[in-house]
Ligand binder design. Structure first.
Ligand code: NIG
Ligand code: FE
Length: 414
């Protein structure tokens, strides 16, 4: 099957030479081709260039993109979209003055979601989660990472990971799975955190490795959750089972988690609402991608990751949604790109680089998605008629995407 997209007003994020990720000043550069064509063959990008250079082709399908732009589908490297029920009650509690931490200390928060998930069958969990997966695909996400971490028992954690595996099998979106058993200490281990961590390593990790249920291991390194020592323990154990670290860190406090993440070669360190100069230093000269989650800052009214400071210091940055029932009940990458520009002072070029190629790197998918490069998956966003790509974040809250193509096929769930 050959599809030719012709008369594309601007083809965005064109990388002829493959790149792993973009950092610092280079983030301001977004390579594009004006008046372009793009050829897709059997789900992969096979050729592109200017319309003048477009060869004589006999495609099976032609899409005339006059006035419209094409860019790679969004890469959302941090989500928790497999969950049961919702937490609107806590949302109202916060409006009425309780903090996220106070709600968690009362047994709400992650433990509230864990209780709901433990009581939900695998089939029902799949049905609830697939609605969110279809929703983010329609919003333009072409690759996503999904975490466990609302199970907190052997059975419930494995149930989550099996649902992720089934979603991956049934949908064209690329999915990576992360084991986040160390998301919170469950009530039955309240006074035995070490016992809980040991259980994760001894009883769950071997099954994950045997059934290939996860690519990554994660932990919530934060005061009141897990310490730097706990983090080192879990990352070291994960490595033994072939799980690469990607961690939750510096959401409320900087306690040395960034350093331990880099030490264990974490693929990414995520949240980073609080960043010290030392955290920045540690990230320099590492291959660890810092990931900002602006929707979480927006929804919880906590500081935004200091993106400007980080990029000006030469660091890379990826943007992800953190879609979850507690801190971010939304998986809209368009809103991420807009919020990065509006609240974090990132330029549209920086935000688009962060939401595509850098997001792909933060999922180990930089050779498959995240840029317009020959041989990569044809995961594409076709915009409506727009004047410039800056209009995408500028017109925040309104989607400028007309169609989403995953593996070369237009998606349509309606
Ligand atoms: O990434 N901070 C830790 N975990 C999730 C939220 C968990 C929840 O409130 O359910 C996050 O924000
Ligand atoms: Fe998260």
């Amino acid at each position: 099957m050959k599809t030719l997209f012709k008369n594309i007003k601007e083809l965005i994020q064109v990388r002829t030479e493959p790149v792993s990720f973009i950092s610092g000043k280079e983030m301001k550069v977004l390579p594009t081709i004006k008046n372009a064509y793009l050829l897709v063959e059997n789900g992969l990008i096979s050729d592109f260039g200017t319309m003048e250079a477009c060869p004589e082709l006999k495609p099976d399908q032609v899409v005339d993109a006059t006035g419209k732009m094409i860019l790679p589908a969004w890469c959302d490297s941090h989500t928790h979209i497999v969950y049961a029920g919702n937490r609107e009650g806590e949302f109202v509690d916060r409006i009425n003055g309780l903090s996220y931490e106070e709600i968690a200390n009362r047994g709400g928060g992650i433990l509230n979601s864990a209780k709901k998930l433990q009581e939900t069958s695998e089939e029902e969990l799949y049905e609830q989660s697939k609605i969110r997966l279809e929703e983010i695909m329609q919003l333009g996400t072409g690759a996503v990472e999904i975490k466990s971490g609302y199970g907190l028992t052997v059975d419930a954690e494995l149930k989550m990971l099996r649902v992720i595996k089934r979603l991956n099998k049934n949908y064209p979106i690329s999915i990576k799975a992360t084991f986040l058993g160390a998301h919170a200490v469950p009530a039955n281990y309240k006074d035995n955190k070490q016992g809980y961590l040991q259980m994760l390593v001894e009883e769950i990790m071997p099954v994950i490795a045997k059934e290939r249920l996860a690519d990554y291991v994660d932990i919530f390194c934060e005061k009141g959750y897990f310490s730097v020592e706990d983090t080192a323990f879990i990352l070291k154990a994960g490595k033994r089972f072939g799980l690469i670290p990607k961690i939750h860190v510096n959401q409320f406090n900087s306690i040395g988690g960034v350093e331990v993440g880099v030490k264990y070669n974490a693929l990414s360190v995520d949240h980073l609402e609080v960043m010290t100069d030392q955290d920045m230093e540690v990230l320099k000269n590492s291959r660890t991608m810092p990931v900002a989650l602006p929707s979480c800052s927006y929804f919880l009214s906590i500081p935004y990751t200091p993106a400007r400071k980080m990029l000006d210091a030469g660091l890379p940055l990826a943007l992800a949604t953190d879609y979850n029932p507690g801190s971010t009940p939304s998986g809209n990458m368009n809103f991420m790109v807009a919020t990065a520009c509006i609240k974090m002072k990132m330029t549209p070029e920086e935000a688009i680089n962060a939401a595509t190629i850098n997001g792909a790197y933060a999922m180990g998918l930089e050779n498959e998605v995240g840029s317009i490069t020959v041989g990569k998956k044809a995961n594409l966003l076709l915009t409506k008629s727009i004047n410039s790509y800056g209009f995408i974040p500028y017109s925040f809250g309104v989607s400028q995407i007309e169609d989403v193509y995953l593996k070369g096929k237009k998606i349509d769930f309606i």
